[in-house]
Design a protein around this ligand. Structure first.
Ligand code: ATP
Length: 280
């Protein structure tokens, strides 16, 4: 029995600009995306019984074809014509529907893992092309570098330089639907967009570009997100921003100790999910 166990990290957006709505319903974006070391653990085992089986056991995450990891494994099995099956167990640590790309990362990790399990020899480019059909953030997790993502997220350019940082992730445990956020975004279509640097020496350089077009929409519905941003900065973060469509907010810190002290203060008296993480 061949088994592979892999870690699927999550991401934050240092920057998220929405350029325009496309005819296919997606939006053209420009994002700066950073992986961090809060990970789901995924175990994949080759089986003689054809088909895909997913066990997750996490609230709000389906076990069957509704799971994006199931769809990732299924598409690889179909494309390869393999008669094998794959058993997948996902141990979720990344908050769900949180703006952290957990589902996309699970899918990317399954594409990479099953490619190895079945010895298919597909390149990262080929896996990324399959990945974008599953979700716009999937290619980024196969790319594995801090990057500017354009198009719907699939056109990736690595940053030349980016500082390591400690981040405090704070999630107020509110359900936020990405679809709802985009539906409520008042969009002024833009053909040009102000450039962002491709190189960041210090975390202060990074903090200068922090911006997220979706933040105002989610804050309009959940003002606690603004409160969390303000608390993070008051307690020592060099900058703070909502990630993706939210509701997770991250603060950026140079020192781990400052991030941990801030986590202690924010967690006190609230049922917020708080995690100190390092950039990858
Ligand atoms: P997005 O911005 O793509 O919505 P997110 O980080 O905000 O990403 P996810 O945690 O990926 O959100 O979950 C979004 C939805 O996808 C949830 O409603 C969940 O039920 C569904 N889902 C399917 N498979 C998974 C998975 N493996 N992990 C997490 N959620 C999954």
């Amino acid at each position: 029995m061949i088994t592979i166990e892999l870690e699927a990290p999550c991401k934050v957006n240092y920057r998220l600009d929405v350029l325009r709505r496309r005819a296919d319903g997606y939006h053209d974006l420009r994002m700066i995306m950073q992986r961090v070391d809060l990970c789901d653990t995924i175990t994949m085992t080759l089986s003689d019984t054809p088909g895909v089986r997913v066990t997750c056991g996490s609230a709000g995450v389906p076990d069957g074809p509704g799971n994006i990891a199931w769809r990732a494994a299924h598409s690889l099995l179909q494309q390869s014509g393999s008669s094998s099956g794959v058993e997948i167990t996902i141990h979720k640590k990344i908050p769900v529907a949180a703006g952290l790309g957990g589902g996309s990362s699970d899918a990317a990790t399954v594409l990479m893992g099953v490619n190895r399990l079945l010895e298919l020899g597909l390149s990262d480019q080929e896996l990324m092309a399959m990945g974008v059909k599953l979700g716009a953030d999937v290619p980024f997790f196969i790319f594995k570098k801090t990057a500017v993502a354009q198009g719907i997220g699939e056109l990736l350019t690595p940053l030349d330089e980016v500082p390591e940082a400690w981040l405090l992730l704070v999630n107020p445990r509110l359900p936020v639907s990405t679809a709802w956020v985009y539906q409520n975004l008042k969009l002024t279509n833009r053909d040009t967009i102000s450039p962002v640097p491709n190189s960041y020496r210090t975390i202060h350089d990074l903090c200068a570009v922090l911006a997220n077009d979706l933040e105002a929409v989610t804050i309009g519905r959940h003002p606690v997100i603004r409160e969390i941003k303000e608390r993070l900065v008051r307690e020592g973060a060099a900058g703070a921003l909502m990630s993706g469509s939210g509701p997770t907010v991250f603060g950026i810190f140079e020192e781990e100790a400052t991030a941990r002290a801030c986590a202690g203060k924010l967690a006190a008296g609230h049922d917020w999910f708080c995690a100190v993480v390092k950039t990858l």
